[in-house]
Structures are given as structure tokens and as C-alpha cells.
Design a protein around this ligand. Structure first.
Ligand code: AMP
Ligand code: MG
Length: 422
């Protein structure tokens, strides 16, 4: 049975749209999730959802930047001089009394300066003489002293909504004494594989069936961006079963299915989603790999019906799902970085669809070159394993000569850009 033969419900389908249109349409329809308060240790990589203003002094008091002796600089003017050693001040201990003229206090890095002291002489410039210390060099006023509040003072604005909680910010929040932090919720994303031919990897036998690699690639891709995959297993190509799984999936913030979205006899995804009251926003994007791609809103949730071929699944996830989920989790920089590289062989294609070409990057004479990473079939996963990025060849382009520059979307690393770049 084929589309348009009258045996299936009429669908509100659109014809093929461009990559840029699809991106705009999809990203324009997702909104940030709610805000929750989490422990600082769980906040890594999440997006801040509050203003953080310091309420404390960091450091809390003037303290020593060196292991050595706290002194009155004036007492060392005529160095070498010998001073009596009074208190011993390890880090964390507060001085109990004022430093007297002619006196030094042994002090460790980070320990608060005793009252009366105004400089630190590092231990390398001293020599112990019983209960006294010989100071070899005159100290200048304030030498090796870290000032109270030189890092942060009460009222300093630290960060605001939209900031990503990377390591330094997590450290700063801890320094401020914050144990809890308000962040955007992580997206819980249902992952559903569909296909009678699929088995879990541990059930792979020589019986003609294949492992559902998409399930694992997608769950990994979700974890990489801090989303929470909710794996719903493999559904057979049976509408009732697919529908039951989608109903369960709709408890999540977003749903990704793979396979069954094309025009084959056993491709049920679109029909099932429409049956669930879904509003079909998009089907078919003018791109390769990955043309059939259903974006449907069901009960207010975004549902991505991705194509089944593993490379199509991953490339469409990269272009549309990943940025959408990042946006839902509060990020503004949702796109992969794009670099310009020279193509290392001619490339020809028909006009009509944009191509995402798996390429390996190498530097030649200080310039990046893009080498096509093996076969480009949408089922060839190894090319993706070996690729550093996806070179973008626009829909209308039919020829690229060796040495021409192409934009390459980098697949490793973190999102850096607020613009798609391709
Ligand atoms: P479909 O769109 O369902 O016809 O799937 C297209 C191709 O992708 C078929 O060769 C499927 O076997 C394959 N495929 C579908 N789902 C998966 C999956 N989860 N993992 C690996 N390959 C898949
Ligand atoms: Mg299938």
C-alpha cells in the first residue's frame, strides 16, 4: 500500500521543506521546561534559572598568600632583622591577639592575617633561630596579603538565568555557601524503536534480524546533552502496539521514535500519531540522509518521528532534536560549532536536497581539509563513527570542486553557537 492510494486516512501533510525551514518550524514550537531546585552536585551542565548575587565576602578576611611569617612591614625595613615569633597560624585558625611591634607570627597560605600585621615574608626569605626568626629581606606594605573581598563582595552579581553550570560556576556557588540552586528541568525524553526486524543487542542471532542500534545511539546522544532518556524498547510494526507505546511515551517531555515513518506497507507512525489527535507540523525535509521526518505535536508534546536508517536517525537528531531539547532545557547556544574546511575531492549531487556529508577533518599546512569518511549510504554507521563532522552541501548546489570551502558542523564537543551556521 502506498500513500495516496486511498486506503489510508487522509493526512495533513506538507510537501518537502528545506532544512532551514524545518529547523525554524521545529525550534519555534518548543518552549523552555519548568524550573526546579536541585542540590549543587546535581546541577552540573544544567542551566541556571535564577539571579545569583553574592551575600558574602570571598575571601572572608585578609589572609596570607604564602607560607611564611606575618609581620609589620616597618619592622623589616632594616633587614636583615630578627623578630620574636609569637602565634602559629595554620589555615582556618583565627588569631587570638594583636601582633606586637618587633614580633612575627608563623602563618600558612590562606590563614587570616593577625591584627596589626600588614605583610607576609615567605618562608624562603627567612631562617628560624630558636623561638625567633631571621628576616633576610625587607617586606613591602601588603606584600603576599590577599585582601578580604578581592574575589567577591556582598552585592557582586555572579550569574543569571541562562548561564550554564560549568565547573567554575559550580565552584563559585559552593564558595558562596550555596547548597541548592534553581535550574531548568532536564528533558525526559521517550525513545521508541519500531520495526519487526529489530532485537536488543543481546538477542542478536544469525536469524535475519538486526540490533536496534538507534535505541542506543539516541539514548547516548540524550545523555550527552544532559537529557534523561526513557527507553520504551522496540515496538513491532503493529498500529495498536505502537499506539500503546506512544500513549505511555506522552508522559515524557518529548518523544522520539525511529523507523516506520516512510511510505512502506508497515510504516504506521504518522497514522498512529494522527489517531492520537496529533497535529502534523512537518513531514519530509529536503535533505539527505534523513528525508522522511515527522514532527507532530500530540497533547502539547513534541514528537519526533525520525527515519529508521541509523545515519538518517542520527543526522536528523543532530539537526532538529538536539537543538530543540537544548532549548527546552534553557540553553541559548543550541547549535554545534561550524568550521570552514576545504573539500579534498570533487563532489557532485543532483539539485533538490541538501546533503550532510560525513567527513573526517585533517590539518594540512595549517588549514582544515575535509575528507569524505567512506560510503555515504544512510545505513553506513561506520562512516559516522569515523567522521569528525558533517559537511553541508546546500540543496541547489550540484558540483563542488576539490579545494572549495564547505561549512562543516563539528560533531564532538559541546554546543557553542546561538546560530545554526549552515
Ligand atoms: P523503516 O523506515 O522502518 O523502513 O527503516 C529503515 C531502515 O532502517 C530499515 O533498514 C530498518 O531495518 C532500519 N532501522 C529501523 N529502525 C532501526 C533501529 N532502531 N536500529 C537500526 N536500524 C533500524
Ligand atoms: Mg520499519
Amino acid at each position: 500500500m502506498r500513500e495516496g492510494q486511498g486506503q489510508r486516512p487522509v493526512e495533513a501533510e506538507r510537501t518537502s521543506v528545506s532544512v532551514a525551514e524545518a529547523r525554524e518550524l521545529i525550534l519555534g514550537s518548543v518552549a523552555p521546561l519548568g524550573i526546579e531546585t536541585v542540590g549543587l552536585a546535581e546541577a552540573t551542565g544544567r542551566v541556571l534559572a535564577e539571579e545569583v548575587v553574592a551575600g558574602v565576602w570571598i575571601p572572608p578576611s585578609d589572609n596570607s598568600a604564602m607560607d611564611g611569617y606575618a609581620v609589620r612591614a616597618a619592622d623589616t625595613e632594616r633587614a636583615p632583622v630578627t623578630l620574636a615569633v609569637g602565634e602559629d597560624l595554620p589555615a582556618g585558625k583565627r588569631s587570638q591577639r594583636k601582633l606586637l611591634p618587633g614580633e612575627a607570627a608563623r602563618i600558612m597560605t590562606g590563614a587570616a592575617m593577625p591584627e596589626g600585621a600588614d605583610a607576609v615574608v615567605m618562608v624562603e626569605d627567612t631562617e628560624t633561630e630558636g623561638s625567633r626568626v631571621r628576616i633576610h629581606k625587607a617586606a613591602s606594605l601588603g606584600q603576599h596579603v590577599r585582601r578580604a573581598g578581592e574575589d567577591v563582595r556582598p552585592g557582586t552579581r555572579i550569574a543569571g538565568p541562562g548561564a550554564v553550570l560549568r565547573a567554575p560556576l559550580c565552584g563559585m556557588l559552593a564558595a558562596l555557601g550555596r547548597a541548592l540552586v534553581a535550574v531548568r528541568a532536564r528533558a525526559r525524553v521517550a525513545v521508541l524503536a519500531t520495526g519487526d526486524e529489530l532485537v536488543e543487542p543481546d538477542r542478536l542471532r544469525d536469524d535475519g534480524r538486526i540490533a536496534s542500534s538507534n535505541s542506543y545511539a539516541l539514548c547516548a546522544a540524550l545523555r550527552e546533552i544532559g537529557a534523561e532518556p526513557v527507553y520504551l524498547g522496540i515496538a513491532p510494526d503493529e498500529p495498536a502496539e505502537i499506539e500503546a507505546r506512544f500513549r505511555a511515551a506522552l508522559a515524557c517531555d518529548a518523544v522520539i521514535s525511529t523507523g516506520g515513518v516512510s511510505v512502506g506497507d508497515r510504516d504506521w507512525i504518522k497514522q498512529v500519531l494522527l489517531g492520537l489527535g496529533g497535529e502534523m507540523r512537518l513531514w519530509r525535509v529536503a535533505m539527505r540522509p534523513g528525508a522522511p521526518l515527522a514532527f507532530v505535536r500530540v497533547a502539547g508534546k513534541p514528537v519526533f518521528g525520525l527515519p529508521g536508517n541509523p545515519v538518517s536517525t542520527y543526522v536528523t537528531f543532530e539537526q532538529f532534536v538536539r537543538p530543540s531539547l537544548l532549548r527546552m532545557m534553557g540553553h541559548t547556544n543550541v547549535y554545534r560549532p561550524v568550521v570552514s574546511a576545504r573539500l579534498d575531492a570533487d563532489y557532485a549531487k543532483p539539485a533538490g536536497r541538501a546533503h550532510f556529508v560525513r567527513v573526517a577533518l585533517e590539518s594540512r599546512a595549517g588549514e582544515p581539509w575535509a575528507r569524505v569518511a567512506g560510503e555515504q549510504g544512510s545505513n553506513i554507521l561506520l562512516g559516522l563513527v569515523r567522521a569528525d563532522g558533517l559537511a553541508f552541501v546546500p540543496a541547489e548546489t550540484t558540483r563542488l570542486a576539490r579545494g572549495e570551502r564547505v561549512p562543516v558542523q563539528l560533531l564532538g564537543g559541546e554546543s557553542l553557537s546561538s546560530e545554526p551556521g549552515i
